[in-house]
Design a binder for this molecule. Sequence first.
Ligand code: FMN
Length: 159
Amino acid sequence: MKDLIRTRRNIKKFKPNEIREDALLSWLEAAVMAPNHRMTEPWEVFFLGRETREKLNHKTNFGNAPVVMAVISKNGVNKLETEENALATACFIQNFNLAAWAEGVGTFWSSIGASERNREILGVPEGYHVIGVLGVGYPEIIPDPKPRRPIAEKIKRLP
Ligand SMILES: Cc1cc2nc3c(=O)[nH]c(=O)nc-3n(C[C@H](O)[C@H](O)[C@H](O)COP(=O)(O)O)c2cc1C
């Protein structure tokens, strides 16, 4: 598990090889086990077709990933629940990313869905946040790890 976490990268360039639908669904099925407060299960997934991808006009077309999906999060009944739902959806995405990575498939997490223009292109309903638009595919290039600061610098022990 630790190796899986350590070796995952944000992939910027993909091979054209298709991703099997059953594999894709199995990673999404794993992703739904993400922690989520009050079982709001706030995530929804839109698979993007060619037309939508062209309209989004992403600078690298998501590294030419064979699959692109937007993951959106339903807002809650108040600010705290909305925030917790977004956090749960980020956990959902990380679960998906790791489940895919375990089978050699990489993901490109992009924030392109945050702008008003792109929300419209994606058809995001009122009351939802776009947490990520993900390219999914077999990596053409696996980047070197980006070093992280030692966790010791981030730990505080309270009395
Ligand atoms: C919420 C979120 C939004 C991100 N948006 C982008 C993005 O718009 N473009 C991009 O290139 N990477 C994006 N990333 C990926 C990060 O840039 C990447 O995770 C970081 O550089 C560390 O690289 P690594 O994931 O390969 O370790 C995003 C990651 C997160 C968690």
